[in-house]
Design a protein around this ligand. Sequence first.
Ligand SMILES: Cc1ncc(COP(=O)(O)O)c(C=O)c1O
Length: 438
Amino acid sequence: MDESGLRKEIIALTRKLAALRKPQPFVPGKSKIPYAGRIYDGDELEALVDSSLDFWLTTGRYAAEFEESFAKSFGTKYCALTNSGSSANLLALSSLTGNMLGEKKLKPGDKVITCATGFPTTLNPIFQNGMIPVFVDAELGTYNAKPEAIEEAAEKEGVRAIMLAHTLGNPFDLDVVMKAAKKHGLYVIEDCCDALGAKFDGKPVGTFGHVATVSFYPAHHMTMGEGGAVMTSNPIYKKLIESFRDWGRDCWCPPGHDNTCTRRFGWKLGELPYGYDHKYVYSNIGYNLKVTDMQAAIGVAQLKKLPGFIRKRKENFEILLKAAKEHEEFFILPKMHPKAEPSPFGFPLTVRKGAPFGKNEIVEHLESKGIATRMLFAGNLIRHPAYIGQKYDVLGTLENADTVMRDTFWLGVYPGLTDGMLGYISAEMDSFIKGRKK
Ligand SMILES: Cc1ncc(COP(=O)(O)O)c(C=O)c1O
C-alpha cells in the first residue's frame, strides 16, 4: 500500500477509536462535575493525526488555514496564532512598542490602565514591557473595570493604553472605553481570552480596540490544548505582531519558505552591509511564541463547532441564572451592560454581606459534592506576592476587588454540562442554603 492509502487507513482507525470514547453516564453524588473541559470527537483526532503524519511540526498548512478562517469568524482582517493566551497578551502589548510606530510607539515608563481583578497575564505584559499599570476597581456583578474609573484614569498624565479583559465572557463598557481612548489618543487592547463570541452593540468584542487576544487552553470556548491568537485589522500592527512572535525578524516568510519579499539579498537595513540575508535581519526585540501545526490542526476542527459551543454555554448560563435567582437575597447575581451580549466562560456569584454563610462554606460544600468551583482568578491582583514592591498606580480604594477576592466564586457553564448535572448543581445549592437559613 502506498503512503496515501496507509494514511487513510490510519485515519479510519483513529475515527474508530474516537467513537469508542463515549462520555460516562452522570451519577449524582458520585460523578465529578468539572468547571470546564475539552469537547472533541473523531474530527479533532483525525486532524491531529493527519498533521502529525505530515511531520511538519512547526507552523504549517493547518496554521495558515486556521489563521485565515479564524480572522473571518472573529470579524478582523488578521489573526496570528501563538502558543498560549498569555503569549498573545504579551505579544499584543509588545507589538505596540515596535519601531515601525515611530513617535506613537509605547515605551518603558508609559502608563497602562487595567483592572485590579482578573487573570495575571492580562497584567503581566505591562510589567514585562517596563510600563506602569494604573489599577482601577471592578464593578460587582459584571466584574469589569468600573467605567467611571476608566474615564478618570484616562485623564492621568503618562497614560498611553488601556488593557482589559472582558471578564468571564461579559463585555466591558466599550462605549466608555473607546470614547476615553479616542479623547486621549490611547491604545486599546481587548483581552478576549474568556469572551470568544461575545458582542457589544451587535458587534464582536475584539473588533473595537487596536489589538485583541484569545486563548485556546482546554477550559476556553474552543481548544488546541495550549494556544492563543492575536487579532487586528491594521496591517502595520499585523506586521509587528508577526515580527515580535517570530524572533523579532524583519522577514515575513512562513517557516520553510524563502524569498517571499523577492529581495532576500537586496536589502540595506540598520547598520548591516547591503544584501545581508533578510531572513536574519531583526527589526524588533522579539520572542518565539509560535504554535505547532498539530495544535493548529485541532483548532481547525474545533472552529467548525464553535457556534454550537457558544450556544450551549449561553443556555447553561441561563439555567444557572434561573436557579440562582431563587437565592438573590444572598447572592449578587451576574449583571451585564444593556448593549452587552456575553459569551459566558463561567457563572459568577458574590455572597452578599449578611448572608448566613460565607463564600468558603458554600464553595467547600459544592466541592465536597463533586461540583467544581473557581475563584475569579486572582481576586485583587495587588494582594499577590508577585506584585508586592512593584511600581504601579492605583485609582481609588479597590474595595470591590477586595470583595471579589473574599466573596466571589464561579461555576462552570461549559458545553459538556448536561441537564442532569445542572439540575444537581441547583439542588445542591438549594439544600445548602435551606440548611443555613435561620
Ligand atoms: C482573561 C484571561 N487572559 C489570559 C489568559 C491566559 O490564557 P492561557 O492560559 O492560554 O495562557 C486567561 C486564562 O484563562 C484568562 O482568563
